[in-house]
Design a protein around this ligand. Sequence first.
Ligand code: ATP
Length: 313
Amino acid sequence: PKELGLADDYPKSRAASQVRSKSRARSEVSIDDFDVGDTLGEGSYSTVLQATARKTGKQYAIKVLDKTHLARKNKTFTAKIERLALIRLGRQHPGIVSLYWTFQDAHSLYFVLDLAANGEMQTLISRLGSLSTRCARYYTAQIVDIVEYMHSKGVIHRDLKPENLLLDASYRLKIADFGTAKVLNADVETERFVGTAQYVAPELVVANESSESSDLWALGCVLFQMISGRFAFSGLSEYLTLQKVKQAEYVFPGEFDEDAKDLVQKLLIRDPKQRLGAGEPMSPLDMRSLRSHPFFDSIDWTTLWTDPAPPLE
Ligand code: ATP
């Protein structure tokens, strides 16, 4: 259809309404407008495919959700949350996969997203064993910047982990998978207990409560893992992992950058209000103290998304 590709020319601030109007006029875009390529990944309820828009040649990732499977597992609302979160986040932030169109046919829901050509951070960590402190600093800074933006828009991700931290063609981060996000002040059902044992915050395990600060806990877990190559919290079973989470019981390996260690220690704190970047007097969303932690001394926040990524090592 004529409109395909128009969203790219829209002013950024109009991106959300563009997505909305596109999905309402469902017949305008369909899977037939794309040449579908390889499978990029599989989620619990979805398959993500590489795709090229026939008209423009632009590459996308298309997340295909099976309607019957979603309905059978009572998970239809997760697709609604993901769409709502992505619309709320708009297309302003380079670290978040943009949503271009949503449409559906008899069997599937389709989300046309930015392509993150270099896959998951998890694969990178597994391949390299662990990341250099320099790389870990760069990616942690990008997560901080993304998390601050998400929270300012009233979106709590709740499942930050290396599988959901994707890498674009320039090895910059793009965060994905908003199906378990909490979208504040939105008329949408929110799943109560979500997350992944190794990254879930104690308040979720103990009291089923989550807030912006739960993403800060996950940030601490991810930084620990990038530098050490292993989980901060891991037991022989999920139950045992969660026991350790509840106690905030973890051990640093012998070699661990001192500033990074200090930052992890200030994030992996049981009381969500005490975590660095949470519950500051002026604004709960103000993460200035996090940005000014010594671990980030060499980070230039103004060029974080334009500087080349450090060599992967
Ligand atoms: P989960 O079961 O973890 O909740 P999900 O069904 O919500 O997963 P996603 O995590 O969004 O699905 O996607 C599954 C996988 O597909 C990702 O881990 C990633 O490997 C790949 N993927 C998702 N989005 C993109 C993208 N925009 N570009 C490239 N690959 C992607």
